[in-house]
Ligand binder design. Structure first.
Ligand SMILES: Cc1cc2nc3c(=O)[nH]c(=O)nc-3n(C[C@H](O)[C@H](O)[C@H](O)COP(=O)(O)OP(=O)(O)OC[C@H]3O[C@@H](n4cnc5c(N)ncnc54)[C@H](O)[C@@H]3O)c2cc1C
Length: 466
């Protein structure tokens, strides 16, 4: 990168907010996916929106590609540079929580705030920001908006798109837009907030947001139910949905993931049963027992091995952590350091979970690979961690084929190739496949045209999504 650009970027953010040494830049080649990006030429850490705007103007003027970076926990390669000579804008210095308004039910925050920090802050008011990706310890508001993230409470509260009231964002070239607002309802012509939510950093840099907040649950009961046969577990999920109970959390861990989690959280995870269904039911003290009884009725079938209700706050917390840590725990079952993981993220209507799981298990068997499954089963979202040795070309080919087959199964049952992790680098071809099979290639054309309007020089996160 030319010296004058480095000098100008450093003038904008100050030298102490610039990374230039190769050893400082290397981490930005990676996110949580299996991809390795290009080494960026510079990482800048602005402290406010004006600085983001100046940086975006500089990038536009000098035609420098930009990648926006939150916690770097993307599982699809969304937050790494696909091209050399890139400037990474990290939001690690934009972590202010400006305002909480309980009467109006919003919090106004900067893009770099991590979700766990946000929720810790909101807890003093008895409130929460409901979407909770399992990565919430590192995932940021900006990254979750750009990723339209879901998470463990998805079955009850949906994705981030349901919780964004308004956005401030900087466009390529440096213009600032303020869209949506702090009100619970708004009409402003075409809905640009919805367009930016889920746009994976290819349209605009979100600098701050008005997020809707919700009262934290009064009481939570957690039930861990173990099944050997996955179809019985899925039967319980169906019955739970029929029962009109809407659990706060409905998560499952299949065999391989549960084994991995047992190694780390053996104290709270029973040694019996190959698959685990974890559910949280919330409500007022006086109703909770009745809800739990109703849930247990739905969980009970001839495949249920046992169920447990953790009682102390510590046990409850560890059981939740065990589920959240499923992906990192699964890395413990890697056979060698050259093993990589492709993470499948399909979604189907919950009524199609039983046939979907059967077909997925058959596809995994055919592939001959280890690909443990789990996920946010309450909203039909199934993940599979597909392990392959990157030094073995045949394994690598089979892993990508398996990812594709899972996507085909999801499409066949009226679902999608991605529920919440997004497209990034990983699923560009799968997205095309899905749109083609739905007779909607035109929609992809429209997306490309929209990208050109926001980013005529294709400088913002180029090479991703479309
Ligand atoms: C262990 C683990 C568990 C996970 N569990 C879940 C889960 O349950 N649900 C789920 O949905 N995801 C999950 N993820 C995926 C990931 O954590 C989420 O997608 C998360 O929202 C990414 O946030 P981040 O701040 O790390 O974003 P990053 O990875 O830094 O960036 C993600 C995308 O957002 C863009 N971006 C970042 N900041 C901005 C900004 N300010 N303005 C515009 N664009 C921006 C980036 O360019 C990139 O395209 C998990 C990941 C891991 C590693």
């Amino acid at each position: 990168m030319k010296e004058e650009i480095v000098r100008e970027a450093s003038r904008i953010v100050g030298w102490n907010n610039v990374l230039l040494a190769p050893e400082e830049l290397v981490p930005f080649r990676y996110d949580a996916s299996e991809f390795k990006g290009e080494l960026p030429s510079i990482v800048v850490m602005p402290e406010n929106e004006e600085q983001v705007s100046e940086l975006m103007a500089l990038s536009y003027d000098k035609e420098i590609p930009v990648v926006l970076r939150g916690g770097g926990s993307s599982l699809t390669g969304a937050s790494i540079p696909a091209f050399p000579n890139t400037m990474v804008i990290s939001f690690s210095n934009m972590v202010k929580i400006h305002e909480v308004n309980i009467i109006d039910s919003y919090v106004f925050v900067e893009a770099g705030v991590r979700l766990d920090d946000l929720n810790a802050y909101l807890s003093q008011y008895g409130y929460m920001f409901p979407p909770d990706p399992a990565s919430s310890a590192v995932a940021t508001v900006g990254g979750c908006i750009a990723g339209n993230s879901g998470g463990m409470r998805g079955a009850k509260f949906g994705q981030v798109k349901n919780w964004v009231l308004g956005l401030n964002a900087v466009l390529p070239g440096g213009d600032v837009i303020r869209i949506g607002g702090k009100t619970l309802k708004i009409r402003q012509g075409l809905d640009l907030v919805s367009l930016i939510v889920g746009s994976e950093g290819i349209l605009a840099a979100v600098t701050s947001a008005y997020l809707k907040i919700w009262p934290a649950p009064e009481r939570i009961a957690r039930v861990l139910a173990y099944y050997d046969d996955l179809s019985y577990l899925m039967q319980a999920v169906t019955k739970l949905r029929e029962s009109k109970l809407v659990p706060l959390v409905m998560e499952f861990l299949g065999e391989g993931l549960l084994d991995a989690v047992r190694r780390v959280y053996g104290d709270v995870i029973e040694a019996k049963g190959r698959n685990l269904l974890l559910i949280d039911i919330d409500g007022p003290e006086e109703s909770l027992r009745r809800y739990v009884d109703k849930a247990i009725e739905a969980l009970e079938n001839e495949g249920l091995i046992l169920y447990k209700i953790p009682e102390t706050p510590e046990e409850m917390e560890r059981a939740y952590l065990a589920r959240r840590a499923a992906f990192p725990s699964s890395l413990k079952i890697r056979k060698k350091p050259s093993e990589r993981v492709l993470v499948s993220d399909i979604v189907v209507p919950p009524s199609k979970l039983i046939p979907t799981i059967k077909e997925i298990e058959a596809a995994i068997d055919r592939s001959g690979l280890r690909a443990p499954i789990g996920g946010h089963v309450g909203d039909g979202n199934i993940h599979s961690d597909i392990f392959y040795d990157e030094e073995d070309e045949d394994e690598k080919r089979r892993a990508w084929k398996l990812l594709e087959e899972m996507a085909e199964i999801a499409i066949k049952y009226g679902g999608s190739v991605s529920a919440e992790h997004g497209i990034g680098l990983e699923k560009r071809e799968l997205l095309k496949k899905e749109m083609k099979s739905k007779g909607s290639l035109k929609a992809l054309e429209i997306m490309r045209e929209i990208k050109k309007i926001f980013d005529p020089k294709n400088l913002l996160n180029p090479g991703k999504v479309i």
